[in-house]
Design a protein around this ligand. Structure first.
Ligand code: NDP
Length: 396
C-alpha cells in the first residue's frame, strides 16, 4: 500500500462511460487516488450522484444554464464543493492546482481545449478523447513537450501498444519495431453487405457486441470510423508512418493490439474487454494495480479469430487512412464531418451508409491546409461542420 499523498485526479466527462469506469478504479484505491474535479456537460443528476459518492473539491457543468441547478442540488445533497460552469472553467481546472492527473474523457472536439491545457500545464494526461489528438496531433505533442508532463493512452488499442513498446514514444527504427497492429472487433455489423446496412437503426448501431460505450463512439465502431480515428491517433502517439499501421479484425476483442518487431516477434496485450484495465494501467503506470476486471479465461474465448477489414463496405476506415496520408488538417476536417454525420444518424436524419458519403463530400470540398495553431484549427473545424450541415440539408 502506498504511503504517499493520493494523486488528485480531474475526471473530464465524469458522467460518461469512461468517466464511470475511471471513478470505479479510483474508488478501489483511496490511498492512491482522489477524484478532485468532476466535469459533465448537462447531466446534473448524474454529476450530483457522483459528487455524493466521491466528494470532489470542484464540480463543473459545461452548460452555464445548469450551474444554479447543480449548486442547488449539491447543497440539498449535503455536498460542500466549489461549483463552476462553462468551457473556460473546464480548461482552467484542467491546468489548475486542484489536480495533478487529468482524465480527458469528454466526447468529441469539445474536449480539445481542456486536453491541450492539461498537456501544457504538465499534468499526467490520460487520453481517452481521441478526437482531440486526431484534430490537433502536432499541437498536442508540442503542448506535451512544453509542459513536460506525460501522456498515457487510455484508448484500449493504444494502451495495449504502449504496453508492448519499450518505453512511451521510442524511435521505432532504433527499437526494431516493424508494424503496429491495431485490432478491431468489427462492430455490430461485421460481415454484413452494403445492402444489409441500408436500413440499420441507431439502436442497432449502438449495440456493440463486446464493449459498453457512449453512443458516439458506438456508432463510430459500427462504421469503423473509430478504427480510422485510432489509426490517426496511433500515428501521432507513436510516431508511426501510415504504412506501418495495420488494422486486423479480431471479433473477440481479447487481444487489444500488437507490436511486430524486426525479428518476427509479435507482442500482444490481452485482457477481457473492460476499459478499467487500460484506465488502471494509465492511472498507476509504471506500477500495476487491481482494476476489478475478471481474469481472462483463455479456454472460454478460444478460438481467437482474425480477418481483414472490409474497406469497401466500411468506407470510413479507408477515408481516415486517406486523410492521414493527405496530412495537414485533413484529419480535423474528417473528424468534424464525422461528428455532424453521427449526430444526424443518431437523430434519425441520415442513413447509416450516408455517414461515409457525407464525410467524403466534406473532405473533397475542403482540401487540406497546414495545421498552424488552435485558432485556425477551430475555424477549419467550424467550416467543415458548416459544409457538412449544408450537405445534410440538401440531401434531405
Ligand atoms: P459518453 O458519451 O459515455 O460520455 C461523454 C462525457 O462527456 C459525458 O460525461 C458528457 O457529459 C461529457 N460531455 C459531452 N459533451 C461535453 C461538453 N461539450 N463539455 C463537457 N463535457 C461534455 O462517452 P464515452 O465515455 O464513451 O467516450 C468519451 C471519450 O472517450 C470519447 O472521445 C471516446 O471516443 C473515448 N473512448 C471511449 C471508450 C469507451 O469504451 N467508452 C474507449 C476508448 C475511447 P453529460 O453526461 O453531461 O452529457
Amino acid at each position: 500500500m502506498s504511503t504517499a499523498t493520493p494523486r488528485r485526479v480531474a475526471v473530464l466527462g465524469a458522467t460518461g462511460s469512461i468517466g464511470g469506469s475511471t471513478l470505479d478504479v479510483i474508488a478501489r484505491h483511496p490511498e492512491r487516488f482522489r477524484a478532485s474535479v468532476l466535469v459533465a456537460h448537462r447531466n446534473v443528476e448524474a454529476l450530483v450522484a457522483l459528487c455524493v459518492a466521491h466528494r470532489p473539491e470542484l464540480a463543473i457543468i459545461a452548460d452555464p444554464a445548469m450551474e444554479s441547478a447543480l449548486a442547488r442540488q449539491l447543497t440539498a445533497a449535503g455536498v460542500r464543493c466549489e461549483v463552476a460552469s462553462g468551457p473556460e472553467a473546464i480548461t482552467t481546472a484542467a491546468a489548475g492546482p486542484l489536480c495533478d492527473t487529468v482524465v480527458a474523457a469528454i466526447v468529441g472536439a469539445a474536449g480539445l481545449d481542456s486536453t491541450l491545457a492539461a498537456a501544457r500545464a504538465g499534468k499526467r494526461l490520460l487520453l481517452a478523447n481521441k478526437e482531440s489528438i486526431v484534430m490537433a496531433g502536432p499541437l498536442l505533442l508540442a503542448a506535451l513537450r512544453e509542459g513536460g508532463g506525460e501522456l498515457v493512452p487510455v484508448d484500449s488499442e493504444h494502451n495495449a501498444i504502449f504496453q508492448c513498446l519499450p518505453g512511451g514514444r521510442p524511435d521505432l527504427d532504433a527499437k526494431g519495431v516493424r508494424r503496429l497492429i491495431l485490432t478491431a472487433s468489427g462492430g455490430p455489423f461485421r460481415g454484413r453487405s452494403r445492402a444489409e446496412l441500408a436500413g440499420v437503426t441507431p439502436a442497432q448501431a449502438c449495440k456493440h457486441p463486446n464493449w459498453v460505450m457512449g453512443r458516439k463512439i458506438s456508432v463510430d465502431s459500427a462504421t469503423l470510423m473509430n478504427k480510422g480515428l485510432e489509426v490517426i491517433e496511433a500515428h501521432h502517439l507513436f510516431g508511426a508512418a501510415p504504412e506501418r499501421i495495420e488494422v486486423v479484425v479480431h471479433p473477440q476483442s481479447m487481444i487489444h493490439s500488437m507490436v511486430e518487431y524486426a525479428d518476427g516477434s509479435v507482442l500482444a496485450q490481452l485482457g477481457n474487454p473492460d476499459m478499467r484495465t487500460a484506465i488502471a494501467h494509465a492511472l498507476a503506470w509504471p506500477e500495476r494495480i487491481e482494476a476489478g476486471v475478471a481474469p481472462l479465461d483463455l479456454a472460454a474465448c478460444a478460438p481467437l479469430a482474425f480477418e481483414q477489414p472490409d474497406l469497401a463496405t466500411f468506407r470510413c476506415l479507408a477515408l481516415a487512412f486517406a486523410a492521414l496520408r493527405e496530412g495537414g488538417d485533413a484529419p480535423a476536417i474528417l473528424n468534424a464531418a464525422n461528428e455532424v454525420a453521427v449526430e444526424a444518424f443518431l437523430a434519425g436524419a441520415l442513413p447509416f451508409l450516408s455517414i461515409a458519403d457525407l464525410v467524403e463530400g466534406v473532405l473533397a470540398e475542403l482540401p487540406a491546409q497546414p495545421v498552424v495553431d488552435v485558432q485556425t484549427l477551430r475555424e477549419r473545424d467550424a467550416q467543415a461542420r458548416s459544409v457538412a450541415r449544408r450537405k445534410l440539408r440538401t440531401a434531405c
